[in-house]
Ligand binder design. Structure first.
Ligand code: NAI
Ligand code: MG
Length: 353
């Protein structure tokens, strides 16, 4: 019996609604598999916790989390109780940084039963590998003077290690998919870092002769996400470029409620973290209509991460069948509740064996 210990942080708002439904789905996956067991330990760290304790998690929170196989997170943020920069930096961003989750992966695919804003979605199925620890999002730089002479300098940091790490991850992923990697560059306009990015890409790609490659400037690449997303398999991008591209990825799928993300730790020293792209959605909290698919799809990514890819694929197929049959929440044009969608996924998982 394979056993996975998972730390669960439902967090705020609809996180507390979509996480329990997703755990039920994971329990069902384990039951159907027979040789697999999940042990969940839930932590109440959230904005409400902050109001009670003056911090988002206990001092030794990270030490506690470190012992788990992975972290399954809902959403953080309740601006009515705690300012967003405090809640996000006090928990989510802290975990990403301290646990060296240097890669952020975000898939986007044409989803049966969903209305894509694209006229002809052409069955796109892509995944963005975003460098998650450096690049444009650095604290290097500063501001001086006030008034007319005021000046701000923001440096981007690209290390050979960090760049290679993201690219190798993309190539390894492509080998398991359709064998194609696209590099997001801008070496025609950015003088130092992007020619460096291209150089590293050209070296790394030599190690993967069986993988096809392409390189596009980020502006053209962003346009292609809209006009012909079907040409992409894996895209490797810097922190900022990846951030922007994945919002377009979510948009062409049709709803933020279904988009998943994974923060991957590659050195094995710390757990990885799985979360949906969406936030705590205060506007629909308590109504029972939050779409659980983003959270359930991130559970699928966790299964992949554990090496249970076959199970992951089965789960995604079932989610898509359920959506295609119209059992869906109002954000994607249905009338079902969060629980109804979850229960139907569980029912079909059992049938799929
Ligand atoms: P949001 O993603 O929570 O909501 C944006 C819109 O999408 C809302 O209209 C919401 O109802 C809808 N929506 C989101 N998820 C949905 C779902 N699963 N089903 C149906 N509809 C869904 O973003 P917003 O409103 O900007 O932020 C709300 C709070 O969440 C803030 O405190 C923010 O800081 C936090 N946040 C946290 C994130 C995280 O924990 N990773 C990511 C984004 C925002
Ligand atoms: Mg973003």
């Amino acid at each position: 019996m394979k056993k996975y210990e998972i730390a669960v942080i439902p967090g705020d708002g609809i996180g507390k609604e979509v996480v329990p439904v997703s755990l039920k789905v994971l329990e069902t996956v384990a039951e159907v598999h027979g040789g697999l067991k999940f042990e969940f330990q839930s932590f109440p760290w959230s904005s409400e916790y902050y109001i009670e304790h003056g911090k988002m998690m206990p001092e030794d929170g990270l030490k506690t989390l470190k012992n788990f196989e992975s972290i399954f997170l809902g959403a953080i943020g309740n601006p009515a109780l705690v300012p967003d920069h405090i809640s996000l930096w006090g928990l989510l961003i802290k975990i990403r940084r301290e646990f060296e989750q240097s890669i952020n992966i975000r898939p986007a695919k044409y989803f049966k039963g969903l209305k894509s804003p694209l006229v002809n979605p052409n069955d796109f199925d892509l995944i963005v590998v975003r460098e998650n620890s450096e690049g444009e999002y650095s604290e290097v730089g500063g501001r001086i003077h006030k008034g007319e002479d005021e000046l701000a300098i923001q440096n981007a940091v690209f290390t050979k290690k960090g760049t290679e790490r993201a690219m190798r991850y993309a190539f390894e992923l492509a080998k398991k998919r359709r064998g194609h990697v696209t590099s997001a560059t801008k070496s025609n306009g950015i003088f130092h870092s992007m020619p460096f990015w291209d150089e590293v890409f050209n070296v790394v790609k030599k190690e993967y002769q069986d993988v096809q490659t392409a390189s596009y400037h980020i502006d053209a690449l962003a346009a292609f996400f809209v006009t012909r997303p079907q040409i992409f398999d894996v895209i490797v991008a810097s922190n900022l470029f990846g951030d922007i591209l994945t919002d377009i990825g979510g948009a062409i799928m049709g709803s933020i409620g279904i988009a998943p993300a994974a923060n991957i730790n590659l050195n094995g020293k710390y757990p990885s973290m799985f979360e949906p792209v969406h936030g705590s959605a205060p506007d629909i909290v308590g109504k029972g209509i939050a779409n659980p698919i983003g959270q359930i799809w991130t559970a699928k990514m966790m299964l992949d991460h554990f090496g249970e890819e076959e199970l992951g694929k089965k789960l995604l197929d079932v989610i898509e069948d359920v959506t295609n049959d119209g059992i869906k929440t109002p954000d994607i044009g249905g009338t079902s509740s969060t629980e109804e969608v979850g229960d139907e996924i569980c029912r079909r998982l059992k049938k799929a064996v």
